[in-house]
Every structure is written in structure tokens, then in C-alpha cells.
Design a protein around this ligand. Structure first.
Ligand code: G6P
Length: 608
């Protein structure tokens, strides 16, 4: 949601800002704009809709000369996605331009106050108060005006500011929204995430909440909220620009599906040493684990679905009660969470607003918190007591694929680790599970190779207007993600159902030709699932089954079959989701959908 970029150096800023915004497109947006400062003047251009509109309007940035500027992609919250509401917002005297990601919660009262002082508002956005506050407090001292402005703001904000009186200088402010500084040679950058920076520099500074920075081509100075200069470490981003490009694939989503074997390897391999599980720096002793009465897994979207899989695995292996709950519910529920609760927070981006809030809530209640996160240095990673990174590499497509499977893999590792420490599983079962987890990269590749016919099945079924995914136990947990994948990129209504629940109402919706996708890889309950298949077929449904490779019985039951390679029963969601990711991808493609950037969705949901 909303992307911010800033550049100061000796090259033309316009094209660089547009290129940076292009790399942030995946976050989700509906308008865009840039502002470039030169010769004591700030020029801005904005366009609604696709970024290409802004590129055309500015001749790829050439119309805005200058070597210092800011850019923004806006995902509308306060006000429609119009040109007027698009960022940057400029002060009436043209001295300041501001871009913002987040929400200024007290904007209404600030707006009223500023209007009382004679400031005229042009947009419906919360952001516009920031530029008028700067204008109001600026008496020649930029740093002082920024500090005074920030002290008036409540809410979440990453801000980028240029001032016509300060050639070549950018201001970056961070509070509860992501912002990263890029340290180049004779040039400096900021951006909402590293994907917009790695093409220029892999040396970055992670700002903490409450910090702000002044960037010039040769120097970045970071201050705390009291304005004291602070020393910051320069970190090196481990992946390069190719990881954030399509690499010959038509869509990022397809590339990321195909990358899963490699991503799983990166998540698993370094954590297995001589047949033991080593969880980075996370120390969970047997005694600490014995004091845990409950595990609560919380997250949003697909990360929550990974948590639902984790719940089955962890409870089964550790024999501790495990719950999974969406973060937006947990945070407002006065939950029973205390020192005897282990809270596992899952997030690909580490910046999801509800997930961050739930994490803070659980910490405040004394729980030990462990985060499973992909993005290094993200807010969730910083806030949690312990972090296990998924090491999936950059994920650009809005619909997560490798993010999800690596989350489940890390949850599996954690569950097996805990179960062994608690002595709930013996050495033999531990060895089997470790072997199963280690085989995941190769099994995942096999899941891709086994389903070359998935595009053909997508052609057959893409016209369905509504469909159901059914399964039991871990198959059901996988259904949740399979159903979301399909609906978010193809806009086809679909529901995930615990197969045993069908009879309690939903079966009324099964009619002639309705597609039911039956996940039957959890073999202990295969016969039960077959009964459910028979029930829906008796009512005219078409059944597309997902079964383990080698299962011959399924041909007699289903109309079509996708295959997942055989694996330990507790790990089936990771292999069976792969053909269903591909199915969702090809159905969306058949339907001509914008696969990497589905309508109304954002990759990283940084507002509630
Ligand atoms: C958005 C994305 C989903 C993602 C969810 C949670 O809705 O489109 O793919 O699962 O946010 O994001 P997180 O970064 O916290 O995993």
C-alpha cells in the first residue's frame, strides 16, 4: 500500500523516481506522482490510474528537470484516487512537497485548526495537513519545522519531504510505516522497501520509529525524535536486482511459484545441522517450553492460512493447545494471553498493520513473541522477541506463493523442534520428520513437474462463477489458501469448506456442473473424503481432486485429478498447494486478469 521513493544525487531525478515507483507497483496503488526540486523551484506531476499515465505525461520524467526529488504511488484511503488527491502535496507557496504512507489519525482536527489559520485545503487526503504544518512552522530552519510538524501528528507515517530552499536535500521521517534509506556513492535514496533500492545500492539504513533523516548526495544524517544525531549501522541487502525482476516469466506470480524449491531450500537447509534442527538464535529450552500452556498463532491473509496449517502440525506433535486467529480479530478481543502463552506472528512483509497491532497487544500482556517473517529489518521482525526469517527472497506478486510455503516450512521445523525438546516425539519420528522436511524442495519441484496438464484443466474450468474447495484436517487447512489464491487473482467466488461441514447447509448450493475441488492428500481421511466426493457428485458437481501421486482409487471418483508427490502426512499442505497455485494462476490467465496486481488489493496492507 502506498509506495514512497526519494533520490538526491547528480543524475536526473525524474526517470529514477519513476523507475523506483515501478518497482513498488506491486504494493498496490491507484494514482501516482513525483516532485523534483531544481533552482529553488519544485515541479510536480501526478496522474490517476496506472503508472504508465504518469510516465507518458512527463515523457518518462524528462519534463521535470532536477537531481533531487520524491515520488509516490497512492492506494486511496482518504478520498478517491483522483489527481488532486494524488501525492506529492505541495504547500501553497510551492516551498514544500510531501509524500506520505500511512494514516494521520488526527488529521480532521489539524485540518480545522489550519483552516482557522487561513490555510486552504485542495484535497480530501489526511496527508495535506503535513504540508501545511511544514509551511506554518518553517521559519528558515528545515529541521526545526520538521520536528515541530511531526510532534503534531498521531497515527502512522513514513514521510518524504523536499524544500525549495534546500537544494539537494531530502527529509525522511518514519513512524510505524516502513521507510529505508539507501546509501550510494555520491547519491542517496529512500524507499518504502528495498526492491526500489537494490538496482542502485545494496547498502541500506533501517530507520526506527520516531527517527528522521536528512539526505544529501554525500551524507545521510539520522536524528532521534529529540533532534539528536545518532549513529546508524549500514546493512547489506543479501539479494540483488535480478531477484526482483521477472527473469523471462510472464508474471512475477509464475516466477515465484517456480522459485519455491529454491526458496524452501533457503528456509530449511541452513537450519538442519547433523540431523538436528538449529533455529538461528532462537533459544527455546525444554523448561521454557514446558511452561508454555498455549500457543496462539496470529497473522492476516495467507500468512494466517499458514498459521492454520501450523496449528494442526504443532498441536499434533507437541500436544499443547494451539489456536490460530486473524490479527484483526485478536487485537480487539481482550484475549486470554499471558506469560504462559507463546505467540507466533507470521508476516511476509512484516509491515501488516493489524499483525503489528496484535503483536504489540500480545507483548503488552506478557506473552513471549516469535515472528516468522520474510522481510529483514521489518517492523514485525524488530518488535518480536525472536525472529525466524523465511529467506524466500523478494516476493513481488500480490498473491503470495513462496511466502506462504516457506512460512509453513518454518512452522513445521519449529513444531518438530519443540516436540522433540518436549519429548513428545521420539528420535525415530523426529528423524522421519526431519527427512520429510529436507525433502520439501525436491518434492515441491516434483509437484510442479507432475502437473503439466494444469493449464488444460484451467481452460476447462475457468468459466465457473462459484466453486468450493473441500478437505479434512491438513487438507482443509490447505483449502483455505487454495480458495483465497483463486479468488484474489481470478475474481471467481470460491469458498473453502471442511468437508464434514458440507451437509450443514452448503450442500444446498451444489448443483449441476458446479466445480468442487477436493483435496485428498491427507491419506488417513481419504475414505471420508471420498464419501464427500460421492455426495457432491450425486448432486451434479464436477470434481477436480488433488491426490497423492500413485493414488489409483481417485480416478474412479473424480472427473479430473491434480497430483502432489507423496510426503509425510504432516507436510502435505506444502506439496498440494503447488498445483492449486498453478491452477489459480492459469484460470486467472484464461480470464484475462491482471495477475500480479489484482484489482483493489495491496501486497502490504499497512492500514487497518
Ligand atoms: C495482503 C496480501 C496477502 C498477504 C496478507 C498478509 O492481503 O495480498 O498475500 O497474505 O496481506 O501480509 P503479510 O505481509 O503480513 O504476510
Amino acid at each position: 500500500m502506498c509506495g514512497i521513493v526519494g533520490f538526491t544525487g547528480s543524475q536526473d531525478a525524474g526517470p529514477l523516481l519513476l523507475e523506483g515507483l515501478k518497482r513498488l507497483e506491486y504494493r498496490g496503488y491507484d494514482s501516482a506522482g513525483i516532485a523534483v526540486q531544481s533552482g529553488g523551484v519544485i515541479r510536480a506531476a501526478k496522474a490517476s490510474g496506472h503508472l504508465r499515465n504518469l510516465c507518458e505525461q512527463t515523457h518518462d520524467g524528462a519534463d521535470l528537470p532536477g537531481v533531487c526529488g520524491i515520488g509516490h504511488t497512492r492506494w486511496a484511503t482518504h478520498g478517491a484516487p483522483t489527481v488532486t488527491n494524488a501525492h506529492p502535496h505541495l504547500s501553497d507557496d510551492g516551498v514544500f512537497a510531501v509524500v506520505h504512507n500511512g494514516i494521520i489519525e488526527n488529521y480532521a482536527e489539524l485540518r480545522e485548526e489550519l483552516q482557522g489559520r487561513g490555510f486552504v485545503f485542495h484535497s480530501e487526503t489526511d496527508t495535506e495537513v503535513v504540508v501545511h504544518l511544514l509551511d506554518c512552522y518553517y521559519k528558515g530552519d528545515l529541521k526545526a519545522a520538521v520536528m515541530k510538524t511531526v510532534s503534531r501528528l498521531n497515527g502512522s507515517y513514513a514521510l518524504g519531504v523536499v524544500c525549495a530552499d534546500h537544494p539537494g536535500e531530502l527529509i525522511a521521517v518514519k513512524s510505524a510505516s516502513p521507510l529505508i534509506l539507501g546509501v550510494g556513492v555520491g547519491e542517496s535514496f529512500f524507499a518504502s522497501d528495498v526492491t526500489a533500492l537494490v538496482g542502485h545500492t545494496r547498502n541500506v539504513i533501517y530507520l526506527e520509529d520516531g527517527e528522521f533523516a536528512s539526505l544529501t548526495p554525500d551524507r545521510i544524517t539520522v536524528f532521534d525524535c529529540a533532534g539528536r544525531e545518532i549513529n546508524k549501522t549500514i546493512s547489506r541487502v543479501v539479494w540483488d536486482v535480478e531477484a526482483a525482476e521477472k527473469g523471462g516469466y510472464e508474471h512475477f506470480m509464475l516466477k515465484e511459484i517456480m522459485e519455491q524449491p529454491r526458496a524452501l531450500k533457503a528456509a530449511i537447509e541452513p537450519r538442519i545441522k547433523d540431523g538436528r534442527i538449529v533455529l538461528d538464535g532462537v533459544e527455546l529450552t525444554a523448561e521454557q517450553l514446558r511452561n508454555i500452556r498455549r500457543v496462539v498463532i496470529t497473522a492476516c491473509g495467507s500468512a494466517y492460512h499458514a498459521g492454520c496449517v501450523g496449528r494442526y502440525i504443532m498441536e499434533e506433535l507437541c500436544r499443547i493447545p494451539v489456536e490460530a486467529e486473524v490479527a484483526s480479530e485478536l487485537r480487539y478481543r481482550n484475549p486470554l494471553i499471558g506469560q504462559d502463552t507463546l505467540v507466533i506472528v507470521i508476516s511476509q512483509s512484516g509491515e501488516t498493520a493489524d499483525t503489528i497491532a496484535a503483536l504489540k497487544e500480545c507483548k503488552a500482556r506478557g506473552a513471549r513473541t516469535l515472528a516468522i517473517v520474510n522481510v529483514v529489518g521489518s517492523t514485525v521482525a524488530k518488535l518480536a522477541d525472536d525472529v525466524l526469517y523465511t529467506w524466500a527472497g523478494p516476493e513481488i506478486a500480490v498473491a503470495t506463493t513462496k511466502g506462504y510455503t516457506t512460512q509453513v516450512a518454518v512452522l513445521s521445523l519449529l513444531s518438530v523442534y519443540m516436540a522433540r525438546k518436549l519429548e513428545r516425539i521420539g528420535e525415530e519420528r523426529f528423524g522421519e520428520l526431519v527427512k520429510g522436511i529436507c525433502s520439501l524442495p525436491e518434492r515441491c519441484q516434483r509437484a510442479i513437474d507432475l502437473n503439466t496438464h494444469v493449464g488444460y484443466l484451467a481452460k476447462r474450468y475457468h468459466n465457473n462463477s462459484s466453486l468450493f474447495f473441500i478437505g479434512r484436517n491438513l487438507d482443509y487447512a490447505a483449502c483455505l489458501e487454495a480458495s483465497l489464491k483463486l479468488k484474489e487473482i481470478s475474481y471467481i467466488h470460491s469458498e473453502a469448506y471442511a468437508a464434514g461441514e458440507l451437509k450443514h447447509g452448503t450442500i444446498a448450493l451444489i448443483d449441476e456442473g458446479r466445480l468442487v475441488v477436493a483435496l485428498c492428500c491427507y491419506e488417513a481421511l481419504f475414505d471420508k473424503l471420498v464419501s464427500n466426493i460421492k455426495e457432491v457428485k450425486a448432486r451434479g458437481a464436477k470434481v477436480l481432486a488433488v491426490a497423492q501421486e500413485g493414488n489409483r482409487h481417485i480416478f474412479a471418483e473424480a472427473d479430473d485429478v491434480l497430483f502432489a508427490p507423496a510426503i509425510d502426512p504432516l507436510l502435505v499442505p506444502i506439496t498440494e498447494i503447488v498445483p492449486l497455485q498453478l491452477f489459480a494462476y492459469y484460470v486467472a490467465k484464461e480470464n484475462g486478469c491482471d495477475i500480479d496486481k489484482p484489482k483493489n488489493l495491496a501486497k502490504s496492507v499497512t492500514v487497518e
